[in-house]
Ligand binder design. Structure first.
Ligand SMILES: [Zn+2]
Length: 227
């Protein structure tokens, strides 16, 4: 039994390394995980709660400096104004409004760590490429958006337009590398992993509550074709 289990394991490792997501191969960086969760809790969620009260979806983003993980800008979904104002797009737009007003705020795109609350859709992952960011990190997956938050358009568009099944896009490509924060957490030692996952569970509860508000009122949003 032991032998066959071992063989099975090593075969799957040999076969599976290039199928692993970048986050699974990244190792544990507790400072990074801590900072991303803090930005989410203290900066993105309060803005999202305001946005959801106005009828917007629950998605948000932040741009941080890679060097010290300080916040450059935070933004959230504003689809009630424009259906293209996804959290990521709105954040990039806000950033350019800021630097066009004040050049001193500009940060080279290659020095930016891009954080999305939810795995970016095809629109936003292309925008991240066009804007010159070489990475993005996300907490909730496309499947979470579909199953837990009842927004399945990311995966539907991925399939209908690009003919990809869930997870079928290139998480590492010439433009960017995509990291799941949960994958990063799973690489940590048991006590840190337990602590981080508990925190993610608390965050998810807050998102569940915001999602309920969005779902209850989404019928009233006239500028959002894909609800
Ligand atoms: Zn998007």
């Amino acid at each position: 039994m032991t032998k066959s289990f071992k063989n099975k394991n090593s075969a799957s490792t040999a076969r599976g390394n290039d199928r692993k997501r970048p986050g699974e191969l990244a190792g544990c960086d507790p400072n990074l995980i801590e900072r991303l969760l803090s930005v989410l809790e203290t900066e993105i969620i309060p803005l999202t709660q305001d946005g959801v009260r106005q009828g917007n979806k629950i998605f948000g983003a932040a741009m941080l400096k890679k060097a010290d993980l300080s916040t450059v800008i935070v933004g959230t979904n504003h689809e009630t104004e424009n259906p293209l104002w996804h959290g990521e797009i709105y954040t990039i737009n806000q950033y350019y409004e800021m630097v066009n007003r004040d050049e001193s705020q500009r940060v080279d795109p290659k020095d930016i760590l891009f954080f999305s609350t939810h795995e970016p859709c095809t629109l936003c992952s292309s925008a991240i490429a066009w804007a010159g960011y070489d990475n993005f990190y996300y907490l909730f997956s496309h499947e979470d958006s579909r199953d837990a938050f009842k927004i399945g358009h990311d995966l539907k568009i991925l399939k209908a337009v690009f003919k990809h099944d869930p997870g079928g896009y290139a998480r590492q490509n010439d433009y960017w590398t995509a990291f799941s924060v949960v994958d990063l957490i799973n690489n940590c030692d048991a006590p840190s992993k337990t602590q981080f996952l508990k925190r993610v569970e608390r965050i998810k509860q807050i998102y569940d509550d915001m999602s309920d508000i969005y779902q209850t009122h989404k019928g009233e949003a006239k500028n959002i074709p894909l609800k």
